[in-house]
Design a protein around this ligand. Structure first.
Ligand code: GAL
Length: 673
């Protein structure tokens, strides 16, 4: 059995992508000296090195990698060794131009960037298997080897290829999934617009067409593309498992919903030995630490609650947004430790030494262009020491308070064309509900809609347009057995093929919510509605309204105006031992807070409202103890109540009562006992 932590790593992982092939070997010695100074424990190497390792077909040059791994080993630094299959060498493309992927409009991408791969291409598969085999044969027993890093960020920058070999592969996938072409016709509803197929050979990828294409076909193509990338990952993983038994295999995910939308990480989480993630702060005017927390919670959930590893983030600015601010003093440590609080077994970066050339030379690094006489370097060294003081945390698990249901397939379906309103955005609702829970200082686990929910007192469904019947039954049983459910509008509408569940909306959730929805009535941009509560108080909704007809549910809040005036806006259904709340409009932050407050009362989940807004408190618990992380993202000092005395690990000081956490600071207390 492969290990589930990096082999031989006895402390938290600290380091980054190390691309020494960009530098003369004299610099390598300076690198490892600085790595030791900073307390680096592991680096990722070889991710983009195929052209150097195999300069011409079948001719290999492993000498430099041998010397590099030996040097790392001599200096006590573990290696996360890449299979370089994300960028095949140019000789490969010149021999096999059809391995370059094709966009939906027929454009074939060129070599000269990265990630230009048609994952159905059998020549690509053969050379990828070959270089993986060669690396595994050579380095399986190398003492520096801690884990394998397959490929890089499957799904970006190319999420699907639309070429002829993908068309043939898609047909095989459909035949294996559906058995008969009639089953495909049925699932996709091809009776509409005369799209009936009589043979698998007639089916193509959803290429550019005169107007909107078949939604079932588009959805299945997302599934197919995801499954095809996974096939390639599994092929490499199996070679590595076979030739290097015991060494864990990972591939770096990008769970932040704004950073990769084409990969079903629930499925991928089951295939890797260690879940690893890359996270970059997106400058979109919102609180970046909330998005960070959400991505970290989602990553941990994909790992089934087990510890995971942050394989890449940035020491300061990135360089692929229109504007790339530098991180503020202390922000890098706050970001890193926020990932650790939520389950990461360390903090790694892109990249070790800032490049002088190439597309990412303005992306920050651990050793910046400014050199070691710089704030970034001083903070890197400090972070290394902080992580070292947290070594005993390894193996502990983050404790969550509530669950949020999330499903990539539903998101894909929701994002297809021609919906009641283009302003309804499933990700926006997921972000907004997450933020409302974050602001109540509740830690979130994400769950697949068919997962066992019995351990969660409160389950939130922000936007789950597509739900299987099994998922509907799952949440109904959860409520009957005493759970509290909160559902936002346009959930449970279609099945896994984007076919509307039979009967009135929301088919998969009618019973559990005790209501039906007669019609959707989305609002125009700029419009909003007032909704009034039992005590006469008022909330605001926008984007969406519905004609909700309560059946067994009670009306809690009512539309005071707008197209659905007089209809319920918020309902509650007591079912069995539990209750199910429904909201049929887009509530703002204040409304969401009120709704979640009532639901949390039902669920007996106490909100930690005595903490200031941007102070994050998260616990990791395990054999070595209970660790309380207090992360102050605000610009004022904060006091965090401790449930008992303990030792603050970053300073070594004793802590009790109310822990003072300075503005922008992080404190980690191991509670006594
Ligand atoms: C990641 C990628 C790295 C580097 C980094 C910074 O997505 O894996 O190779 O490009 O972004 O932009």
């Amino acid at each position: 059995m492969p290990e589930t932590t990096p082999t031989g790593l006895t402390r938290l992982a600290f380091g980054g992508d190390y691309n020494p092939e960009q530098w003369p070997e004299t610099v390598w010695h300076e690198d490892v000296r600085l790595m030791r100074e900073a307390g680096v424990t592991m680096v990722s190497v070889g991710i983009f090195s195929w052209a150097l390792l195999e300069p011409s077909p079948g001719k290999y040059d492993f000498g430099w990698l041998d010397r590099l791994l030996d040097l790392l080993h001599e200096n006590g630094i573990r290696a996360d060794l890449g299979t370089p299959t994300v960028v095949p060498p140019v000789w490969f493309y010149r021999e096999h131009p059809e391995a370059l992927p094709v966009a939906a409009d027929g454009t074939r991408y060129e070599f000269g960037s990265r990630g230009a791969i048609c994952h159905s291409n059998t020549d690509y598969r053969a050379v990828a298997a070959n270089i993986t085999t060669k690396l595994a044969e050579r380095y399986a027993g190398h003492p520096a080897l801690a884990m394998w890093h397959v490929h890089n960020e499957y799904g970006v920058p190319v999420s699907a290829c639309y070429c002829d070999s993908c068309a043939a592969h898609f047909r095989r996938w459909l035949a294996a999934t559906y058995g008969t072409v009639d089953a495909v016709n049925e699932a996709w509803g091809t009776a509409f617009w005369g799209q009936r197929y009589t043979d698998f050979d007639q089916i193509n990828p959803p290429r550019v067409a005169p107007t909107v294409g078949n939604p079932g076909q588009a959805l299945d193509y997302k599934r197919f593309a995801d499954a095809t990338m996974r096939e390639n990952f599994v092929a490499e993983r199996d070679i590595l498992h076979h030739l290097a038994p015991g060494v864990p295999v990972t591939t770096n995910f990008m769970t932040a919903l704004s950073q990769c939308d084409s990969v079903d990480y629930w499925a991928w989480g089951r295939e890797v030995d260690i879940v690893t993630n890359d996270h970059y702060l997106i400058t979109d005017g919102r609180r970046t630490h909330v998005n960070l927390a959400m991505a970290a919670d989602l990553t941990r959930s994909v790992a089934g609650g087990a510890p995971w590893l942050l394989l890449e983030h940035s020491t300061s600015g990135i360089n692929w947004q229109p504007h790339n601010p530098a991180k503020a003093p202390g922000q890098m440590a706050r970001n890193s430790l926020a990932h650790v609080a939520r389950g990461s077994e360390g903090a790694m970066f892109f990249q070790w030494r800032q490049s002088r050339r190439g597309a990412e030379k303005f992306h920050s690094a651990m050793v910046p262009h400014a050199g070691t006489e710089s704030r970034v370097w001083r903070e890197v060294v400090e972070l290394g020491a902080s992580l070292d003081s947290l070594s005993t945390i390894r193996g502990t698990r983050t404790q969550a308070d509530v669950a949020v249901l999330w499903d990539w397939h539903s998101w894909w379906a929701q994002n297809l064309a021609w919906r009641p309103s283009e302003d309804h955005d499933a990700r926006e609702r997921a972000d907004a509900f997450y933020e409302a829970l974050y602001d109540r200082h509740l830690t979130v686990d994400f769950a697949h809609p068919e997962a066992d929910l019995s351990a969660c007192p409160l389950v939130v469904v922000p936007a789950l347009y597509s739900m299987t019947e099994a998922a509907g039954n799952n949440v109904r049983e959860y409520v009957e057995n005493g759970g509290t459910l909160v559902v936002s509008y346009f959930s449970g509408i279609v099945d896994e093929h984007d076919a509307v569940h039979e009967g009135p909306y929301p088919g998969a959730l009618r019973d559990v919510l005790g209501l039906t929805v007669e019609e959707f009535s989305p609002l125009l941009p700029g419009e909003s509605v007032r909704i009034t509560g039992p005590d006469g108080s008022e909330l605001t909704g926008d984007v969406w309204t519905e004609f909700v007809v309560p059946r067994e549910a009670e009306t809690v809040w009512t539309y005071a105006d707008g197209p659905a005036a007089g209809h319920p806006a918020v309902t509650r259904h007591r079912l069995g031992e539990g209750s199910a709340w429904y909201v049929s409009t887009r509530l703002d932050a204040q409304g969401l807070d009120a709704l979640l407050g009532w639901a949390a009362d039902d669920a007996g989940v106490a909100p930690r409202v005595d903490l200031p807004r941007d102070v994050e408190v998260v616990r990791r618990v395990g054999e070595s103890g209970t660790y309380l992380f207090a992360i102050n993202h605000s610009s004022s000092d904060a006091k965090v109540p401790l449930e008992g005395p303990g030792t603050e690990l970053l300073t070594g000081e004793r802590a009790a009562g109310r822990l003072v956490v300075g503005a922008g600071a992080v404190r980690v207390v191991r509670l006594d006992g």
